[in-house]
Write a protein that binds this ligand. Sequence first.
Ligand SMILES: C[S@@+](CC[C@H](N)C(=O)[O-])C[C@H]1O[C@@H](n2cnc3c(N)ncnc32)[C@H](O)[C@@H]1O
Length: 191
Amino acid sequence: MRRSSLPHRETLDHLARLYAASDDPWDHRTSPYEAGKYAATLDAIGHGPFKAALEIGCGNGTLARRLADRCDRLTVMDCIPAAIRSARQVLDPLPQVTVLQGCAPQDLPDLRPDLVLLSEVLYFLTPKEITGLGGWLRARATGPVIAVNWTGPTDEALDGPRAVAILQNVLGPSDSTVHDGFRIDRFALPA
Ligand SMILES: C[S@@+](CC[C@H](N)C(=O)[O-])C[C@H]1O[C@@H](n2cnc3c(N)ncnc32)[C@H](O)[C@@H]1O
C-alpha cells in the first residue's frame, strides 16, 4: 500500500505511463458517467462569464473545452506533457484559452483567478501540496473554487474525501453536493 510520504515523482511517473498507453486514460471523451459529471460540474460552476478562470489538472482538455464558452480568459495546466499535447489539440483554436505545462502548487501561474476548477486532481497531490495549493488559493483566488472528486477508492495515497478535507483545513468549510460516485465542493472565496 502506498504511503503519503512517497515522493511525488512516483505519481508523475504513474500518470506519464497512463498517458503513454492512451490519450484518454479515464475515457473523458466517451464515458456517459463523465458526461453526467461534467454537466453537474458546469451546473455548480454557473454561467459566468468568468474574467480569468483557471483549471488545474486539465488532462486532455475535455472539460476545459466545455468550460471555455463561459470564460473571457481560461488558463489550464497539467503536469504531464502528453496530456498538454492532447489539450492543445482541442484548446489551441480557442483564442481565450492558454494551455500551460506545470505542476500544482509549485508552477502555478501569476494569476488572480475568479474561478478555479479542481476536477479529479486533488488526490494526486500530497497533503503538503494540497496545503500549499490552499495557501495559494487563499492569497490569489477572487471567486469560487470548485473541487470535483470521485468518492470511491483511488490508486493514489489519498482518496477524494480525504483530499477535500485537507483543502478545507486551509480554506474553511465548503458547500458539498454528493452525487452517485462523486462529490462537488464549492469554496466561496472573497472577491
Ligand atoms: C483524472 S484527470 C482529470 C482531468 C480533468 N480535470 C477532468 O476532470 O476531466 C487528472 C489530471 O490531473 C493532472 N495532475 C495530477 N497532479 C497534478 C498536479 N500536481 N499539477 C497539475 N496537474 C496534475 C494529471 O496529469 C491528469 O491529467
